[in-house]
Design a protein around this ligand. Sequence first.
Ligand SMILES: Cc1cc2nc3c(=O)[nH]c(=O)nc-3n(C[C@H](O)[C@H](O)[C@H](O)COP(=O)(O)OP(=O)(O)OC[C@H]3O[C@@H](n4cnc5c(N)ncnc54)[C@H](O)[C@@H]3O)c2cc1C
Length: 329
Amino acid sequence: MESLMPISRIVGVVPSSWGQESMELTLAALQATCAEAVSPEVVIIGNEEVEARMNLAARSGISRVWQVETPEDIDADEPDAMATLAGEALAQVACAEASSLILTPPGPEGEELAARLAHGLGGHCLGRCLKVRLEDDRIVAERSVWGGRKLISLEVSGGVAVACVRAGKPMLTESADPVDVRKIRVDARAPAAPVLATESSGESLPPVESSKLVISGGRGLNEEGFSMLEQLARSSGGTLGGSLPAVDAGLVPVVRQVGISGKFVSPELYFAVGISGTPQHMAGISPDTRILAINKDPEAPIFSMAEAGVVGEWQELLPEVLGILHDRE
Ligand SMILES: Cc1cc2nc3c(=O)[nH]c(=O)nc-3n(C[C@H](O)[C@H](O)[C@H](O)COP(=O)(O)OP(=O)(O)OC[C@H]3O[C@@H](n4cnc5c(N)ncnc54)[C@H](O)[C@@H]3O)c2cc1C
């Protein structure tokens, strides 16, 4: 049997415009995945707050950082443009040729970038993984499927594989060892996508993915309940989310569905009202997030995952909470 090259590179790819959290999550994924024989590297795409990201990389034990300078006039938040820049950068740092594992930040944007990069580099997309490990010449990824009911193992031997792993916060040292910083410049441009029509969604609340407070409702609520949750979100600077049954019932738009087949959210606080806490729903909430739950069933599984909970009917409790907020205003 032909022997394959051992995996020689593990590279985190982080767009600088995606914020510090993306950097931290990618560094944690690198730490969770890295094998002794391979030194992790980071490719930072873009020119924003690079120093702060370099410092984080150094404190997490990264020995080499590629800083990719990009032209000012490219909209790096546009998925095609970012995938083109990142693909070109990885080709320049020779990852596209080696047996490499590339990790993008966990979350919907990172998953989209992973898929586009794998396609562009002719590699394998492993997608949203629970764990990835290296075994000599193989990359073995663990994924959950069928709404969290099954775990499957995917194996890739040779070539490039791209994955997203959510591993929490990175371990950071107080002081930083010197990092080998290499600057490269990339000027690759994605072909312009044709715009057929643009239509406003009419949404005025922030997206669930970027909010520090997500107030979510489930099957236990009706329209009146969701209207109260929306008022709560507006007066507390949070945003509105929901479970799949609430989306199916038309109570909340599908872009606000939290869970394994919806959005992944990592707010500081997740307020779950009339949500039972199934694995498919909870898979969409970061392990770092604190959960506050209201449910009429004291046995509801959400209470075993919540920091604090109130057993009761939303019809009684939500007006009280809204009243307290109004009194403060
Ligand atoms: C492949 C697959 C993918 C899936 N993806 C997702 C996903 O992305 N997101 C998702 O959410 N689900 C998903 N599901 C569905 C998931 O299995 C559950 O059906 C769903 O999460 C349950 O939503 P829920 O908690 O709102 O409803 P239920 O489980 O029905 O819970 C409703 C809760 O409301 C409480 N309640 C009722 N009345 C009141 C009241 N008056 N006051 C207070 N509490 C009350 C009840 O006690 C109960 O705990 C998926 C399923 C599959 C098979």
